[in-house]
Design a binder for this molecule. Structure first.
Ligand SMILES: Nc1ncnc2c1ncn2[C@@H]1O[C@H](COP(=O)(O)OP(=O)(O)O)[C@@H](O)[C@H]1O
Ligand SMILES: N[C@@H](CCC(=O)OP(=O)(O)O)C(=O)O
Length: 387
């Protein structure tokens, strides 16, 4: 095993599983300049990596820290209180976005999110639709925490966790976490002389968390602890995580070729299945929609989305993004055929029942989607589940 000039054992190389959409999280440790403010030094290679990915037909969403560091550089202050850091983040957000725009060959879109935005189902769907549309348009979304309002998150330095949430939000296959260290070590790499590289984690255990219990670097906030939390969230959503050093040009270049020098944290299972699991096990007796036989057939046999034309009746009140049940109209057993996240609230849905998708906009004055429930948001229940 080779040892770096900095005394740390190096990571070997391993293939990165194939992917089409990724979230790349870039920590403050890679963007903060030694003398205050931000630097392009490492971001330039990461931006080139993103451009290479796009040239290969892949999509990347960046989750970038660095707003506080940028704000600090503008005011030359070492103020560290929570409100002060929130103010610094507000000051530094525009320069942070400007840095990525300078380095990107496509337009950069600023997306500010807080955990609240993704906990609320309606906002979750809106955020997801916006991010997907940005990718479809070929833009580069750069997400940061909405630090002005996200008090807890700023306190925790939680962009790692936000990146995992965004990865699930956009249905990414991998979460790439670029930081200032080569990967996960078995102990704090700077304090534990016996610390060894951990190239692969198949399941995050108490032992893995113990390895990462040490503090963060001088500039970053979460350290390995929040990176493992993020990887654990991603794994539960069926998304694998790569931890690697974004300061090492060779490591970043190798990623474009599908090679990882760092730590790979495996997912628990299939991505879409993981997302659908909670729908299947949600409590029964939710509000819902009744569909005609053609729609029931399309959902069950073809795995199609539910279109308004197949909906016969809307039962109860629900909001956009709520989990609802799908039943066959007129079925005396009232069997639940499927569950899914609905795109329209009950009031508006009643107005488009039985209508063609192309009429949605003229009836409602807006259109979120052509389907009432998109097939990715729908789980068809096997008959034994359908109480
Ligand atoms: N077991 C560990 N393996 C690797 N790094 C660790 C470990 N425990 C603590 N760290 C620290 O975590 C730091 C990276 O996290 P952080 O400073 O928050 O970076 P970022 O700004 O990229 O999020 C490393 O520089 C290292 O000092
Ligand atoms: N939202 C804050 C970053 C918080 C954070 O998680 O920082 P880091 O540990 O460097 O990823 C900012 O833009 O400065």
């Amino acid at each position: 095993m080779t040892v770096h000039g900095n005394g740390l054992h190096a990571f070997g190389e391993q293939p990165l599983p194939p992917w089409r959409r990724a979230v790349l999280k870039v920590g403050s440790s890679l963007l903060a300049a030694d003398d205050g403010g931000l630097t392009d030094r490492f971001a330039a290679d990461l931006a080139r990596f993103v451009a290479d990915c796009r040239a290969q037909g892949r999509e990347v969403v960046i989750v970038s820290s660095g707003a506080v560091a940028a704000g600090r550089g503008l005011l030359h202050t070492d103020a560290a209180g929570l409100t002060q850091r929130q103010a610094l983040a507000a000051l530094g957000q525009a320069p942070m976005i400007a840095l990525w725009q300078r380095l990107s060959d496509v337009p950069v879109a600023q997306v500010l999110l807080s955990h609240d935005d993704v906990r609320n189902r309606r906002r979750y769907l809106n955020a997801r639709a916006t991010l997907r549309e940005l990718l479809r348009l070929g833009a580069l979304p750069v997400v940061n925490e909405n630090d002005t309002v996200a008090v807890d998150e700023l306190k925790l330095g939680d962009n790692d966790n936000l990146a995992a949430v965004v990865a699930a939000l956009v249905d990414a296959e991998v979460l790439l976490i670029a930081t200032d260290i080569a990967g996960l070590y078995s102990g704090h790499p700077l304090r534990d002389p016996h610390a060894r590289p951990v190239p692969r984690v198949d399941a995050i255990t108490a032992e893995t968390h113990r390895m990462a219990a040490g503090d963060a670097g001088a500039i970053g906030t979460g350290g390995m602890r929040t990176k493992l939390e993020a990887a654990s969230k991603a794994a539960a959503a069926g998304i694998g995580t790569a931890l690697f050093c974004g300061r090492d040009a060779d490591t970043v270049a190798a990623l474009s070729r599908g090679t990882l020098h760092g730590t790979w944290i495996a997912a628990h299972g299939d991505r879409l299945l993981a997302r659908k699991l909670w729908m299947r096990h949600a409590p029964a007796g939710l509000h819902g929609v009744e569909v005609d036989a053609g729609a029931a057939q399309a959902l069950g046999v073809r795995g199609a989305s539910l279109l308004p034309g197949g909906v016969v009746e809307v039962k109860g009140e629900f909001g956009r993004g709520d989990l609802v049940e799908v039943r066959l109209a007129g079925d005396a057993t009232a069997r639940v055929l499927a569950r899914g996240l609905v795109q329209y609230n009950a009031t508006d849905l009643r107005r488009i029942v039985g209508r063609h998708s192309r009429d949605i906009e003229s009836i409602l004055g807006y259109r979120y989607a052509e389907s009432v429930i998109h097939r990715d948001d729908l789980v068809v229940l096997p008959q034994e589940d359908a109480a």
